[in-house]
Design a protein around this ligand. Structure first.
Ligand SMILES: Cc1cc2nc3c(=O)[nH]c(=O)nc-3n(C[C@H](O)[C@H](O)[C@H](O)COP(=O)(O)O)c2cc1C
Length: 334
């Protein structure tokens, strides 16, 4: 990349481009709160937060001179910085809007100087104003950290105008190497996406299947139970289509067998349109499906626990994207 060495930007200075340039610097996201002298609670979303000094412990952030809360922050002796968790993007958006009362309906504690403390953040710092500087169209607030608490919750990230999550670089490198290796190889191998996705599904589903097997359910019955637990009341034609879609062979007798065992019931309320009526889980079937779902949830939680919060979010995000790319959302024959 070629960069200008001139100190002064050549006119005309393009503000939008400057914003875009600043957007390449990835930051966390904070909400800074305080209480005004007349007792009004104020708060703004700010990604200008940064560390300044360890001893004494100082942090800074800058506030736009156009902010409604400028006067109150300029007068505040104390303010609280909340470093947001990965799932608090809606809260960040909420506090970035000009609203009369941004705190309505929120769970709050009261911090130093009456500053409202928000819940669920990854880190909170209560600060005492140490210095204020003029910074062009912003004022720079430097605070001494009087009290702080932090957690392992993955933080929210802001990059190029978007909220994001951060994943470890070595994992991204691994994934890239995997993609390159797959692209380079002609034959189907252990690095191919089909193999990896299939294998992950096989192992996870295998663990869940164990719970079904303990209840005497074979693969097809397990599939029917889970499918009806997701939405009860499906016709034979629909179940058959889902069977084929999920790679099962159509097995009409399975339904009769499960009905005979008291897990399903057929309700003939659709007349001739659905020939044999709609299949529903009975109360026994629903209880069994719930039991399996609970056990499955525990297995999944344990697996994701070893993966860690950030990688779990990354995995979910990428799988959702991959599914959107590969699945048009239609079943064969629709
Ligand atoms: C991700 C993000 C980061 C922001 N960072 C800052 C900041 O560092 N300083 C600032 O003054 N405004 C920042 N803003 C804008 C303010 O949040 C917004 O102008 C303010 O909350 C408006 O309400 P107010 O007039 O009550 O202050 C940011 C907005 C977003 C969405």
């Amino acid at each position: 990349m070629q960069m200008s060495t001139a100190h002064q930007p050549s006119p005309p200075f393009d503000q939008r481009e400057f914003r875009n340039a600043l957007g390449t610097f990835t930051t966390g996201v904070t909400i800074v709160t305080a209480c005004s002298s007349d007792g009004k609670l104020i708060g703004v979303t700010a990604n200008s937060f940064n560390s300044v000094s360890l001893d004494p412990p100082l942090v800074l952030w800058s506030l736009s001179k156009s902010s409604n809360s400028l006067a109150a922050f300029e007068a505040a002796e104390y303010w609280a910085v909340h470093i947001l968790s990965h799932d608090q993007d809606q809260l960040a958006t909420h506090f970035s809007k000009r609203a009369h009362d941004k705190f309505a309906g929120l769970d709050l504690e009261t911090g130093m100087g009456g500053a409202p403390l928000l819940d669920g953040c990854t880190t909170r710092m209560q600060c005492k104003t140490a210095y204020r500087y003029d910074g062009g169209d912003h004022i720079i607030m430097v605070g001494e950290v009087m009290h702080f608490e932090h957690s392992d919750i993955a933080p929210l990230v802001y990059q190029r105008g978007n909220y994001a999550i951060a994943t470890r670089k070595e994992l991204a490198d691994e994934a890239e190497a995997l993609i390159k290796a797959t692209a380079a190889s002609d034959s189907f191998d252990e690095n191919s996406m089909s193999y990896l996705l299939g294998s992950a599904y096989f192992h996870l589903y295998g663990k869940l299947r164990e719970f079904g097997a303990l209840q005497g359910l074979n693969d097809a019955e397990f599939f029917v139970l889970n499918t009806l637990a997701a939405r009860n009341g499906r016709s034979l034609a629909e179940l058959n289509r889902l069977f084929v879609y999920a790679g099962h062979t159509p097995l009409i007798n399975v339904l009769d067998d499960m009905t005979a065992r008291g897990l399903l019931q057929v309700v003939v309320d659709q007349g001739e349109r659905n020939e044999r009526g709609l299949f529903y889980l009975t109360a026994i079937g629903q209880a069994l499906a719930q039991e399996i779902a609970n056990a499955g949830k525990q297995t999944e939680l344990a697996l994701l626990g070893s993966l860690g919060a950030v990688d779990t979010i990354a995995l979910r995000t990428l799988l959702r994207r991959f599914i959107t790319l590969t699945d048009e959302g239609k079943l064969p024959g629709e």
